[in-house]
Design a protein around this ligand. Structure first.
Ligand code: ASP
Ligand code: MG
Length: 416
């Protein structure tokens, strides 16, 4: 018998029919003899609707009241799911984050979980109840309701699984698991039977939206494997787990990308100590997040400085850089608001060489010009014109034979 934390996302709970279906799944797992803790998101669209209500009323909703409002979505789904479980004679009780004791810091709208009280959950489980808990919310030291940021129910589930020392944390969603790349773009994308925490973090940070990034960080800190799987099929999904558990290390596990990028270069600025900070600080002071950075100082007198930001920040950033260019006497500014970022991710790159050259060769063969390159131990990222994105993902998916990745059997539950 195992202790399983199951989290169901908004699309899995979008209608009463779906809630009944989820109840059946939960009931089935319990009948197999397991202790089940369920974490729920709000019904599909509910959180968006609540946020719209707030922002239609006021441009700057008070954060305390905002959290009180948007946390109600999860309370609707938790009680409906408990009722649906009662309908099929499965003992269940639902609890809000406050009732259970999901203790967070004070940071309204993006709170972090500090501690979770487990005694009430343990007590209910020992009496045979399925415990249904509202995701995405907690309570701060003042006793006010907080929320954990969009997608935060994933983090609730992982934190609960870690606190309860669960055998597995299952994240149920409307896709079968994690794919080598977005199957909407590349239909031949393979479903991965497993992926390491680190690879998953790189994929999530680039918009592979299956899991909230914070939940993957938390899972890796606590060595708590996460299984991502579909509510609507019986496929075992993708196990996100620690590297040591992965027998066969793939060279490349996936291709992540994001379209909404923009690039700005400021050329011919004086080459002197501290110049980089001077440029970057002006941008970050305006609350703009800089992603990739490259610098070139070929002649040792002046330097060219290139960086990327999210496209929504492009116009604002350009104004700042134009101003800087005058103070620094820069020779020119180049910008491109239509770039995309594409990354190859794989833990196998740590020990094998040749990935970058193979990547650049494949891109070169179809005439893609690369505007920027950065690398980390397990990732190679390039900035390219957005119009090249689709063909680039396709050619790399082929070159690294990601359509041929075989599913490997994963143990059903982790031993604890
Ligand atoms: N309902 C919240 C959201 O839509 C939390 C979640 O779904 O994880 O962001
Ligand atoms: Mg989500």
């Amino acid at each position: 018998m195992a202790l399983i934390v199951q989290k169901y996302g908004g699309s899995s709970l979008g209608t009463l029919e779906r809630i009944k279906h989820v109840a059946d799944r939960v009931h089935q797992a319990r009948q197999e003899g397991h202790d089940i803790v369920v974490v729920v998101s709000a019904m599909q669209g509910d959180t968006d609707r609540l946020i719209q209500l707030a922002t239609a009323l006021t441009a700057h909703p008070n954060p305390r009241e905002y959290d009180a409002l948007v946390s109600t979505g999860e309370q609707v789904s938790m009680s409906l799911l408990a009722m649906a479980l009662h309908n099929i004679a499965c003992p269940a009780r639902s609890y809000s984050g406050t009732q259970i004791g999901i203790m967070t810091d004070h940071a309204h709208t993006k709170a972090r979980i500090l501690d979770i009280k487990t005694h009430l959950i343990q007590e209910e489980l020992s009496q045979g109840y399925v415990v249904v808990i509202a995701g995405f919310q907690g309570i701060n030291p003042r006793g006010d309701v907080t929320t954990l940021g969009r997608g935060g129910s994933d983090t609730t589930a992982v934190a609960l699984a870690a606190a309860l020392r669960a055998n597995e944390c299952q994240i149920y969603t409307d896709v079968e698991g994690v794919y080598t790349t977005d199957p909407r773009l590349i239909p031949e994308a393979s479903l991965l039977s497993h992926i390491s925490f680190e690879e998953m973090l790189e994929m999530s940070s680039l918009g592979a939206k299956v899991l909230q990034m914070r939940s993957v960080e938390l899972a890796s800190q606590h060595n708590m494997p996460i299984r991502v799987l579909s509510t609507f099929t019986n496929h075992p999904g993708t196990l996100v787990t620690f590297e040591e558990k992965i027998m066969q290390r793939r060279l490349v596990s996936g291709i992540a990308f994001s379209r909404e990028e923009a690039m700005i270069a400021i050329n011919g600025v004086p080459y002197k100590a501290g110049i980089e900070a001077q440029i970057l600080m002006k941008v970050s002071d305006a609350d703009i997040e800089i992603d990739m950075i490259a610098q070139n100082a070929a002649n040792k007198e002046t330097a060219d400085f290139t960086f990327t930001v999210q496209r929504k920040d492009f116009a604002k950033t350009l104004i700042i850089i134009e101003e800087l260019s005058r103070t620094l006497n820069a020779t020119s500014i180049q910008s491109n608001a239509n770039v995309a970022k594409l990354s190859l991710v794989g833990i196998g790159m740590r020990s094998q060489t040749g990935v970058a050259s193979k990547m650049f060769q494949a891109l070169g063969q179809i005439g893609v010009t690369i505007q920027m390159i950065t690398t980390s131990e397990i990732k190679i990222s390039v900035v390219i014109d957005e119009s090249f994105l689709e063909s680039s993902v396709r050619v790399l998916h082929d070159a690294f034979e990601l359509d041929k990745i075989k599913l490997e059997k994963q143990p059903l539950f982790m031993e604890t």
